[in-house]
Design a protein around this ligand. Structure first.
Ligand code: CU
Length: 286
């Protein structure tokens, strides 16, 4: 090899080495139990498909990046300054631009068609018979959670409510009805790879089938005000039977609570305490 070729050779070696090291790391990590070092563990049926899209786009852009860096290094070397050499007057090359423009367009259209079919499959038709429906009504800065309770109706006294805590059964289809109470929020569970805006004045939906037990973070992914950064909830994925036990217990608690409330209402024959207005009038009269 010619001595003057060394800088280019070293640049190529460096870029190539970086590329091989990055690929090896990613490949080594991406297949162990659904975990890889830069994503949280896949925890819903949609996660695999979303990650596959992500990795496809990643490898295409990584390949393009490396090709551009190598081409740049080669051009810098090939057209470096030399005594007595004039700069070339070439300004453009239509044929070349049409070719690489065409390649780029083809890749982008193929990616758009591919991701559209994945997205359509995941978010297209809202499930008609979900195993569980949960209402989530975000507001500045918390997640108000509501289960329908024994009567299967939302907004009735037997609703089971919670703040920032959702429990769901693993493997079941869960539909979340999002109803923002003030501004736009976004319901995001990174482990599920799903995110949905909650918009005031309308209902939006989020559905999933969890595949992994445990507690996961619900992050608000839409800047909603000063407390946005602390707007966090926890979604707990339980085994289906544990969920059933938990839910029955909650319904029982609610029933007891309601009976307590009924007992606390004073019987009708009790004389009502004089209101503030009545007291004032009496004071003026006397
Ligand atoms: Cu927010």
């Amino acid at each position: 090899m010619n001595r003057s070729d060394f800088p280019l050779f070293r640049a190529l070696l460096f870029t190539g080495g970086l590329w091989v090291a990055a690929s090896a790391t990613l490949l080594a990590q991406s297949d162990t139990a659904g975990f890889n070092w830069w994503f949280p563990p896949q925890s819903a049926t949609a996660a695999g498909e979303i990650d596959a899209e992500f990795m496809l786009i990643f490898w295409i852009t990584a390949g393009a990046f490396v090709a551009v860096v190598i081409a740049l290094a080669a051009v810098l070397w090939r057209f470096r300054y030399r005594e007595g050499r004039d700069p070339s007057p070439v300004a453009s090359n239509v044929r070349l631009e049409v070719i690489w423009g065409g390649i780029l367009l083809t890749i982008l259209i193929a990616l758009a068609i591919n991701s559209q079919s994945v997205w359509g499959g995941l978010k297209g038709a809202k499930p008609q018979n979900p195993d569980l429906v949960v209402e989530v009504r975000p507001r500045q800065f918390q997640w108000d959670i509501r289960y329908s309770g024994r009567d299967n109706l939302f907004g009735t006294p037997d609703d089971i409510t919670a703040i920032n805590q959702i429990s769901v059964p693993v493997g079941k289809q869960v539909l979340i009805r999002l109803k923002a109470q003030d501004v736009i929020h976004s319901f995001f569970v990174p482990e599920f790879r799903m995110k949905q805006d909650a918009v005031p004045g309308m209902e939006t939906n989020f559905w999933f089938r969890a595949t992994r037990l445990g507690k996961m973070e619900i992050a608000c992914a839409e800047l909603c005000g000063l407390g946005h950064g602390v707007m966090r909830g926890i979604i707990t994925v339980m085994p289906a039977d544990s969920f059933q036990t938990w839910y029955s217990k909650k319904m029982e608690e609610k029933q007891k609570q309601q009976r307590g409330k009924v007992a606390a209402i004073p019987p009708p024959e009790t004389t009502p305490a004089p209101t503030a207005a009545a007291k004032l009038q009496n004071g003026r009269g006397g």
